[in-house]
Write a protein that binds this ligand. Structure first.
Ligand code: SF4
Length: 473
């Protein structure tokens, strides 16, 4: 039996921060701290194998490096694995140094889309022994089956050779079969920090499917879960929901998947199963605008869906075309209007600064956001994450000068028609113009629930702090 520590490491500026496959985000007014589903699912496998597991989600509980160091000393793990993300990369990787100082005998490994695309970026840090490429569960499990140094032969990893010091990349691992993906071991975490924004209610993530066949130029989804969609059996997914209700008294769920609504039949079966069992739950999910219609949305609402998020990205069809998103503005309008018409709250996600962007196209995107019946809008800056087509284009054309540090909260690409500063300035303007409208503010207040005040206070403080910080820059 090994002692294994699974970590979401501290944020460099002690902010809330989610690192989860293609999704990396700072906690804010709407973006909240997500329960670390990859770590908790890995923990299920490891616990079943008889290991002693500890999961620490540092940003969720406000744990800084010093406290983490003390915790490492107390637990004295044999293996430590942690999540990394492009925006916090060097800080995340440098953690290996701290871990080796406290637990020199521990094997250290990192997961995440950036290190999957560029394993060398991690292995140049001497505190990191192994990079786990793509989805982490089975690879971590096999490393733990082979302690010492025999793990070096397994698939799905990159590492430094112990004799020559050269970096080696073992073969790709086959992705997990959908029906072998277990429920996350949430019992290993204190779930109280995970709260829905504006609502304040505790929530959990349930991941029914993995994999995305689309090839949006800016997205890292395929680096984590691959391109082939894998659907977990509906019965198992709903069993997991029911168990979470019973075991943790949680009734709110974020159905997290790359392409949940891509297969309408699967979604309808999921909704039918929830209604058949008469589960009184509320849930939200992400979707693509070209995969929903009024009938499906009505069915989803009747099974407890209360909000749906669409990646609308841009109001410029030429930009959408170039991005590989394979949607157009007419589809965006139809999906948002349909969702609103059946009584769902709707969140729209937009990206400023994709290739082909200029100040006129950004203005059109903002106009679209203001015109549609959206309850929430998130405005991101295009981020050339390593491993994406956008990264290859940006690197080839000299739009970026470095691989790490880019984020969806701060532009980094020098496009032919726009500087990063112009994209950032427009993003700030978009937030102000969208949210500083009476109907939006009244709507947000109407969504508030008792118990949400603490969460809202933290969120607003972060948002205002962010806005003031940017404005003063
Ligand atoms: S549809 Fe596009 S943005 Fe959504 S998960 Fe797939 S590749 Fe990513």
């Amino acid at each position: 039996m090994l002692k294994i520590l699974l970590l979401n490491p501290p944020h460099p500026e002690a902010k809330g921060f989610t690192r989860e496959g293609r999704c990396t985000q700072e906690a804010g007014v709407w973006a909240t701290q997500w329960p670390p589903v990859s770590l908790a699912t890995t923990a299920t496998f490891l616990e079943n194998d008889g290991h002693q597991i500890k999961i620490i989600d540092c940003p969720a509980i406000g744990m800084n490096r010093q406290i983490l160091k003390n915790e490492l000393g107390r637990f004295s793990p044999d293996m430590v694995f942690w999540n990394t993300a492009t925006p916090t990369l060097s800080h995340d990787l440098d953690l290996g140094h701290l871990i080796k100082n406290v637990s020199p005998h521990a094997t250290t490994g990192v997961i995440g889309t950036h290190v999957t695309a560029l394993p060398e970026s991690a292995l140049n840090f001497p505190g990191i022994d192994v990079v786990i490429r793509n989805e982490p569960e089975q690879t971590i499990r096999e490393i733990c089956f082979h302690p010492g140094s025999s793990w070096r032969k397994i698939n799905g990893i990159s590492y430094r050779s112990s004799d020559s010091g050269k970096i080696r990349h073992n073969s790709q691992r086959t992705f997990l079969k959908a029906d072998s993906i277990p429920a996350p071991a949430w019992h290993l975490l204190d779930l109280s920090p995970y709260r829905l924004p504006l609502k304040g209610r505790p929530f959990l993530i349930v991941a029914p499917t993995r994999g995305c066949p689309f090839a949006c130029s800016f997205c890292t989804a395929s680096l984590y879960y691959g391109r082939k969609p894998r659907q977990r059996p509906v019965k198992k997914v709903v069993d997991e929901i029911e168990n979470n209700m019973r075991q943790f008294s949680i009734f709110d769920f974020f159905i997290w998947a790359d392409t949940f609504t891509a297969d309408n039949n699967y979604v309808e079966n999921f909704c039918r199963e929830i209604k058949k069992r008469d589960l009184k739950i509320r849930w939200t999910c992400n979707s693509r605008v070209d995969t929903v219609n009024k009938k499906l949305l009505t069915e989803m609402k009747s099974a407890g869906l209360w909000m749906i998020s669409f990646g609308l990205e841009s109001a410029d069809d030429a930009i959408l075309e170039k991005s590989g998103k394979k949607i157009n503005t007419a589809q965006s309008r139809l999906a948002v209007n349909n969702a609103h018409a059946v009584g769902l709250k709707v969140s729209g996600h937009f990206i400023f600064g994709l290739p082909g962007e200029n100040s006129r196209s950004m203005a059109r995107t903002l106009d679209l956001a203001m015109e549609l019946p959206l309850d929430i809008a998130q405005f991101y800056t295009a981020a050339p994450f390593p491993g994406t087509a956008l990264y290859a284009m940006a690197a080839n054309r000299g739009w970026i000068s470095r691989d790490d540090g880019c984020s969806q909260n701060q532009a980094s690409m020098h496009l032919p028609d726009l500087t990063p500063g112009q994209v950032d300035a427009f993003t700030r303007r978009a937030y102000k113009k969208f949210y500083l409208r009476l109907k939006i503010l009244l709507n947000l207040f109407s969504m508030l629930e008792p118990g949400a005040l603490t969460g809202i206070g933290i969120g607003l403080k972060r948002f205002l702090g962010w806005t003031l910080h940017k404005n003063s820059g």
